[in-house]
Design a protein. Sequence first.
Length: 429
Amino acid sequence: MSEQKATITFPEGNSIELPVSEGSEKEKAIDISNLRAQSGYITLDPGYGNTGSCDSAITFIDGEQGILRYRGYKIEDLAEHSSFLETSYLLINGKLPTAKELQTFDDKIRMHTLLHEDVKSFYDGFPRDAHPMAILASVVVSLSSFYQDEAGSPEEVSYLNSIRLMAKLPTIAAWAYKKSIGHPFTYPDNKRSYSENFLYMMFGLPVEKYEVDPLIVEVLDTLLILHADHEQNCSTSTVRIVRSSGVNLFASIAAGICALWGWRHGGANQQVIEMLNHIREDGGDVKKYIAMAKDKDSGFRLMGFGHRVYKNYDPRASVIRKKCEQVLQKLNNNDPTLEIARKLEEAALNDDYFKERNLYPNVDFYSGILYKAMRIPVNAFTVMFALGRLPGWIAHAKEYTEDPKNRIGRPRQVYTGETEREYVPIDKR
Ligand code: CMC
């Protein structure tokens, strides 16, 4: 807490002083936790654009400058030099692991990749065309019925259930895909690395040998790193608030998966590729779609554009765009959606509507083109986001749980309904 105070004067003429809190990157906040007790007022901030819900030491974003750092490390450096498991360790434990610590973390995760055999029967109950995010959330919450030890306790997030989630989410996700195409489930092969094992479970079959392309493994690992955390976004705030009721980690993470699914959040990556395909099939006239995005009555938004926090190029989108160009070239893949995406971006960045509102490509704009190149089905793109975001959710659940000042999350409201009125019996209405 800094020495500074903010003074608020109310319409009644009285004033109060509120403490000012300052973060390690000098961003300032007015601490309003005693505002109502001191004044009778609450604050109103629909969409929480100006509301800090916690202190957090995990991820720093400067949206004006386009900066993203996990535990102080630049996202660009992590994407170039780290692995997804190393980054996960960093997020969850607060420091880069030694070689031995990373090996132990990796070994533990490999030990837990199998799903309980009874979980397999749940897949029988889903329709073939179930959205994989529905399967992911349902199976994750069902794990709480298999692993009831330490539910809701600090130990749960520090150790076993976190490891179980990291280990099992790729298996759950790959099996959702296998279910959708009617293929037998491929069991994990623990000799393989995290990302390789996921691709093996997605595309491996019992009838033939499956070799995973190392380039694809590397790209997947990078994409997972780029998605691994993003401070208090919708799904992470959901994980924290659900956890705040005292519920177990599986239920908290399943809630985060549900929050991620929507088109304003992780679901945008599926929508982007559907939009790019649609524009291509419609003749590739990007100007028409830019005009539609500007017309509020059209109901159309440019998917993969805009961000609540970034008012500059999303640094994750820069890395993904570069990767996209390199990888498609290496794979000799002339995906025409990349050309449409480039044109759309150029047109938007030169258009006053987008310039005035600081709307830039976000993480979802180019990621789908890479997922497509990996043969990931379009409706599973958001599942890929969830796989990446998992260590961030775990890190936030852990930080929340270990905070001695933590309380249940419970916002207030300004009531705008009817004032007290008489109950009218049904025959008199
Ligand atoms: N296309 C056209 N106009 C847009 C877009 C867009 N993609 N995004 C924002 N705007 C306009 C919006 O109409 C509003 O205009 P005005 O001031 O004239 O009313 C202004 O820009 C501010 O938008 P907002 O909806 O108030 O901003 P927000 O911070 O509440 O929403 C957003 C952020 C990401 C939901 C929004 O930009 C959007 O809908 N983008 C498209 C969906 C998308 O790409 N989502 C992925 C987000 S990044 C990954 C993640 O978080 O999971």
